[in-house]
Design a binder for this molecule. Structure first.
Ligand code: AVJ
Length: 327
């Protein structure tokens, strides 16, 4: 008592926002400052991300959509090898726009599978709960809201038939190369020999194309990035002046890392649930990494993490890869 504890909010931050609060305070205490990208996805962020996916500058969704519409049958063949009895887990399903092609094809093939979408956004899970029964009748599914890893780790303690884990949309790109290697190793640890995963990777390509995707001309990505501050204002009683921040993104062709930042436009002090945090003019908060991979890097990552690189599916321009790995 008495002394101010950095990690105890002075104002009441609801229990449901405690992890969010701690992650924000810890991230902004770092030099350089950073915020975790997983907090982009509140109700507003989900809507903005849908808009990004529809944006002509954001090619990723269309590329992967092409793969799933044109090659659903081939994907299923490489997944099942004749055995259509498995549990299909999807990490970060969003609106299911890509996986729905697979789900429909599996239902049509009389597969006896269970679909388990896992998403950080409650909003996404409740959306699927109302969307799926009408759109993929006969689908058996159980949505789980939570952090990928905690939820998956817990879920994989349950006995199941064969498991297939999908992580589409280049979601894995939100981790650094080192983190995704770690992630794939851990994922392998949860699986049994014969289990599989399908992972969507955005491939390296002309740097200008990549940069455009994260700084679209309609300014939706800018809104999406700034929404993180709005969410902090709303949920953590903070007083960020949104108009004093700008969106900036970089792409480094030497490392394949696209990074997004929020640039502070003037010196200021921001209060977050009672904690004052100083910002300097031109200081950047790193909010996101979207890592791009070469085909060889992907094949290497499979081996590094104990998987067999079983098949790869590419769009017509070779801008995106969905890789099937077998444990
Ligand atoms: C959902 C992580 C795949 O990094 O491309 C889109 C998120 N951020 N525009 C990506 C995002 C800015 C997206 N992922």
């Amino acid at each position: 008592e008495g002394d101010f504890n950095f990690y105890e909010p002075q104002y009441r931050v609801g229990k449901e926002n405690r992890d969010f609060y701690l992650d924000v305070i810890r991230g902004l205490a770092q030099v350089p400052k950073r915020l975790p990208s997983k907090y982009f996805y509140d109700k507003n962020g989900d809507r903005l991300f849908q808009e990004i996916m529809a944006s002509p500058d954001y090619y990723l969704t269309r590329c992967e959509m092409e793969i799933f519409t044109c090659q659903a049958k081939e994907i299923i063949d490489s997944l099942s090898a004749g055995d259509l009895d498995f549990e299909l887990i999807e990490l970060g399903p969003g609106n299911c726009a890509k996986s729905i092609h697979l789900l429909r094809a599996l239902v049509a093939a009389n597969a006896s599978f269970n679909y388990v979408p896992i998403d950080i956004s409650e909003n996404v899970i409740s959306g699927l709960q109302s969307f799926l029964p009408g759109n993929v009748p006969e689908l058996r599914f159980k949505g789980l809201a939570g952090d990928y890893f905690d939820t998956l780790a817990f879920h994989c303690l349950l006995p199941a038939t064969r498991r297939v884990v999908m992580c589409l949309g280049a979601n894995i790109g939100n981790m650094t190369v080192a983190e995704s290697n770690q992630f794939c190793k851990q994922l392998r640890g949860y699986l049994q020999p014969g289990d599989q995963c399908i992972i969507g990777f955005d491939l390296v390509k002309h740097p200008a194309v990549i940069r455009r995707a994260y700084d679209d001309r309609a300014g939706v990505t800018r809104e999406f990035n700034l929404n993180l501050l709005k969410r902090i204002n709303r949920e953590l009683e903070a007083d960020f002046r949104i108009d004093r921040f700008d969106h900036y993104c970089s792409y480094d062709p030497l490392t394949g890392a696209a990074r997004s930042y929020l640039v502070c436009l003037s010196d200021m002090v921001v209060n977050i649930a009672g904690t004052d945090i100083p910002f300097q003019k031109d200081e950047c908060i790193w909010t996101e990494i979207s890592q791009k991979y070469s085909k060889d890097q992907i094949r290497q990552m499979a081996t590094n993490s104990g998987f067999i690189h079983t098949s790869e599916f590419l769009d017509s321009r070779s801008w995106f890869m969905d890789a099937v790995w077998t444990a």
